[in-house]
Design a protein. Structure first.
Length: 199
């Protein structure tokens, strides 16, 4: 993923499919193993905890990755977009800053509305291209940091114990196959015993 750029975008779907398979192979087995080895009365709690940890980990990971990305995007955007702006006659620091901010927020269409761009599609295409280069130069560091998380997870996996002894025919909750009793119809004369009392 760190090797992706504007010239090899075709490779991204292939890598994303491989990544998706890997993520599915990690999340589900962890949840299943947790529910297998915990006591029956704690299955719901452990299942909720695994979901909570997943969401919490995602929040922490997003915060770390975004800060790493932002740390590299600002200087790259200043170099690529700033130079492109100056070369094309946009010299106002405020407008150059706004171009960089709009690119960072993904609001590239709003760049067309800036006074210095004024609907100039050719200039807009140049700025968008330079913004894409800034993104491509900044994203690899996010994946480098993810390698550290992956390495820690890999090391921890070597300490997992064998759970074969827990793989038994034990069933925590038996769902009996009983047909529900029909609800009596109040209009049925046999429903109320009063109907059967002779007058």
């Amino acid at each position: 993923m760190a090797a992706l750029n504007r010239e090899n975008v075709w490779l991204s779907p292939i890598l994303l499919i491989i990544s998706g398979l890997g993520i599915g192979g990690i999340i589900l087995p962890a949840s299943i193993m947790s529910t297998i080895i915990c006591p029956d009365e704690l299955i719901a709690t452990v299942t909720a905890l695994t979901l909570t940890i997943r969401v919490l980990g995602g929040g922490i990971g997003y915060a770390v990755y975004y800060n790493v990305f932002l740390h590299h995007f600002i200087p790259n955007a200043t170099a690529y977009l700033g130079a492109a702006c100056i070369e094309n006659g946009i010299t106002s620091v405020a407008e150059i800053t706004e171009v960089i901010e709009l690119t960072g927020l993904g609001l590239i269409n709003d760049i067309l509305l800036l006074p210095s761009v004024n609907g100039n599609v050719t200039l807009w295409n140049i700025l968008v291209y330079q913004g894409q280069l800034a993104y491509a130069k900044s994203y690899p560091y996010v994946y480098y940091v993810s390698l550290a998380f992956g390495l820690v997870a890999l090391i921890c996996s070597f300490f997992l114990k064998d759970i074969t002894k827990h793989m038994t025919n034990h069933i925590a909750v038996h769902m009996e196959d009983k047909k529900p009793e029909p609800t009596p119809d109040p209009r049925d004369p046999t429903h109320n015993i009063a109907h059967n009392i002779p007058s």
